[in-house]
Design a protein around this ligand. Structure first.
Ligand SMILES: Nc1ncnc2c1ncn2[C@@H]1O[C@H](COP(=O)(O)OP(=O)(O)O)[C@@H](O)[C@H]1O
Ligand SMILES: [Mg+2]
Length: 314
């Protein structure tokens, strides 16, 4: 089966900045694929190239089997794109239904199909019962779902979602995630750009971590976290350097990092490592001010590959 999106060494430079740098991507039909990275990593630039809105400086990309540079019309017919920017206020004085119906005309939905199609997409995003209210009265999450509805009007095979839950409250974010999963279950392939670790973790089948325009690593969230290995001990101490030296060679430690005030000690198994760490600290006379342990998160994956924390980088 040919991938639905395939980018090879995709590159885009703006003057002196290489926003996207030899990016390779393979997205299979029916998956929710994430591009996870801090602000400025190159996510939007990647999506704009795949959506044929921006020419690559070099490299190639095919979407639904068509080349984005050579066959942009064929690509556009098959994609939906929900942009990062918030809703255009020009539509606030329309009802949700009117806004979608106007958009349908722009997407060349045949006139006699507009009403039914608008009702269908409003239903998909859970706005059917609010369709006749003014957009002005919608919450942020509802406005975002209205944009999602517009992106679905021409029944795209691939939907590009650029930071779909940016600025939404927790409840709206969860509703958005449910809708994205629903789209996937309905057969739509989704490419989702985000800088939220939990969003990437919760709804992406696979993801690429992107930093400075480069793909850092790719895999399922579970596999990426598993590759970090075991558990992570998080230790606060005023003697960071000495602690790092002391534990550096211990057999139960796989890696040590200190991206901030907290020392991250990656270990095979916390149940073995915790008592060993206590003993070691006691013997060396290092006072541990705070100690906790967790399973690796995607933040640890980012840290492992870039030496920085995604939370900090963003
Ligand atoms: N039109 C543009 N002109 C100049 N620089 C740009 C332009 N668009 C994006 N960039 C730069 O490219 C880099 C990547 O931006 P972007 O793709 O928007 O990142 P992200 O979506 O991951 O936050 C940033 O350094 C940004 O400033
Ligand atoms: Mg962006």
């Amino acid at each position: 089966m040919t991938p639905l999106v395939q980018a090879t060494a995709l590159t885009r430079a703006f003057d002196s900045i290489t926003a996207v740098d030899h990016l390779d991507l393979t997205i299979d039909r029916g998956e929710v694929f994430g591009l996870l990275g801090p602000n400025g990593a190159g996510k939007t630039t990647t999506i704009r190239m795949l959506a044929t809105l921006l020419r690559p400086t070099s490299g190639t990309a095919r979407v639904c089997g068509f080349d984005v540079t050579e066959q942009p019309t064929a690509v556009r017919r098959r994609i939906g794109y929900v942009m990062q920017q918030t809703f255009q206020s020009g539509r606030y004085l329309l009802t949700g239904r009117e806004a979608v119906e106007i958009e349908a005309a722009l997407y060349h939905v045949p006139a006699r199909a507009v009403r039914a199609r608008a009702a269908e997409v409003l239903d998909v995003v859970g706005l059917a019962s609010h369709a006749d209210r003014l957009v002005m009265t919608y919450s942020g999450g509802m406005k975002k779902r209205l944009e999602l509805a517009c992106g679905l009007l021409h029944r795209p095979e691939v939907l590009f979602l650029d930071e779909p839950s940016l600025g939404l409250d927790v409840q709206s974010r969860h509703a958005m995630w449910d809708h994205v999963r629903g789209l996937r279950d309905g057969g739509v392939t989704v490419l989702l750009a985000t800088n939220y670790l939990d969003e990437a973790d919760r709804i992406c089948d696979r993801l690429t971590i992107i930093d400075h325009g480069r793909a850092v690593t790719t895999g399922t969230p579970a596999a990426l976290k598993r590759a970090v290995g075991g558990d992570v001990l998080l230790v606060s101490t005023s003697e960071r350097e000495r602690l790092m030296q002391s534990v550096g060679n211990a057999p139960w430690v796989t890696r040590v990092a200190a991206p901030d005030a907290v020392v991250h000690i990656y270990v095979v198994d916390a149940s073995v490592a915790l008592p060993a760490l206590m003993r070691l600290a006691l013997d060396a006379g290092i006072a541990l001010e705070r100690l906790s342990y967790t399973q690796p998160t995607l933040d640890d994956v980012f840290l492992l590959h870039t030496g920085r924390e995604l939370r900090e980088a963003a």
